[in-house]
Design a protein around this ligand. Structure first.
Ligand code: XIL
Length: 365
């Protein structure tokens, strides 16, 4: 039977079958997840509910991912959009069940983030916000204890533009506790879930401009403080939404990662994609530049021994968050962005080949 036919058959079967009965099909011959595994890397992608509506997209995860991160379903404002006592567990439960059924590790994203607080939270007193903080971590971590491989306990602690001492990002949790909200979140998460790897996730650290420099400095100080205090921090996540139009230095970024690895922390690349807004229109040229950025970045970070996880933020361009930003007019142009390893027809792009090459060539130094 030729490969195309069997793939088409698999697709037809997948769409026809109730999800609970769908056994994972054989992985694609050239699988990112399998190739990364041989290099000691857990590879995966963020996923949202659309994978249950689009069987071809779902198949891409089955072919390539050994881990999935919840893109939106576990965020505070998605779990508790309307009121303190109304919890919307359905989408997160479904995504986690899918990961379990298909043998993928699940990364919970994210427990505590100062961005996107729902309206009701902003109306509470500081004392009430403190109570909601504790209750939220206890409830979410407790519910999924033993089923989540890694938690992004705190997301994006820093944003120097907010003008707070130490460069902290402000928002309800910061306002309620000051910088110690970070320690508090880790201690509570550990108490409610003794199993998950607990990670601190941050953005922009690969940038070598004022923003990146400020955030790297903040991260160094915060991690030192957490480790001194004996907080249960086991891994650092670096988002790596790469911005080629902003100065970057992959070698120095890798050296920065190495410093944390030397302190015994695992390093995860958690939201990898390449913003192509500054690249020329022709698709071939653009894809080649995106691929080069993937290759250079991955080669540098994969040389760091404690880097053991690489996650793309979604898998195919059609579902990239940049597609939404472009439609909303928030990028330089409204042309459909091409930030991911697969195009909107689910075909592998030059970026896919660059990733495969980087995984195959991994040499730890
Ligand atoms: C993004 C989601 O992908 C979008 O769907 C949502 O509208 C906004 O958030 N850094 C993060 C992620 O840590 O949670 C963000 O995800 C992308 C930037």
């Amino acid at each position: 039977m030729n490969a195309k036919l069997s793939r088409r058959k698999t697709l037809a079967m997948l769409s026809a079958m109730p999800l609970a009965a769908a056994a994972p099909p054989a992985r694609a011959a050239a699988s990112l997840g399998e190739t990364a595994r041989r290099a000691g890397i857990t590879y995966g992608a963020a996923a949202a509910g659309v994978i249950f509506e689009d069987p071809r997209y779902r198949l891409l995860y089955l072919d390539h991912c050994r881990a999935i991160t919840s893109d939106v379903d576990l965020k505070f404002d998605w779990l508790r959009p309307h009121s303190p006592d109304q919890w919307d567990w359905g989408p997160a439960d479904r995504l986690l069940a899918f990961a379990e059924r298909t043998g993928m590790a699940f990364r919970g994203h994210t427990l505590i983030w100062n961005e996107n607080p729902p309206r009701w939270l902003k109306k509470l007193s500081l004392a009430e916000i403190r109570r909601v903080f504790d209750e939220h971590i206890d409830t979410v971590c407790g519910r999924y204890s033993g089923r989540i491989a890694v938690w992004d306990v705190v997301n994006e602690p820093f944003w120097p533009g907010h003008g707070k001492k130490g460069g902290y990002r402000t928002g309800p949790w910061y306002e309620a506790f000051g910088p110690s909200y970070v320690e508090r979140a880790f201690v509570r998460a550990r108490a409610a879930d003794p199993h998950a790897v607990l990670a601190l996730n941050e953005a922009h650290c690969e940038r070598f401009d004022d923003v990146g420099n400020g955030i790297r400095k903040g991260m160094k100080q915060l991690v030192a403080r957490l480790l001194d205090a004996g907080a249960p921090l086991q891994a650092l996540g670096f988002q790596a939404h790469l911005q080629p139009h902003i100065p970057h230095d992959d070698k120095r970024f890798a050296a920065f990662l190495r410093g944390f690895g030397d302190k015994g922390l695992d390093i995860h690349i958690t939201e990898l994609d390449v913003n192509d807004e500054s690249f020329p229109d022709p698709v071939r040229k653009r894809d080649a530049l995106v691929a080069r950025r993937y290759g250079d970045f991955l080669r540098a970070v994969l040389a760091v021994p404690r880097v053991n996880t690489v996650i793309n933020w979604e898998l195919a361009d059609r579902y990239s968050w940049y597609a939404g930003l472009a439609r909303a007019g928030q990028l330089r142009s409204r042309r459909p962005p091409r930030p991911l390893p697969f195009d909107s027809g689910y075909r592998p792009k030059a970026a896919f080949h660059a990733m495969m090459k980087a995984f195959r060539g991994r040499k730890e130094t």
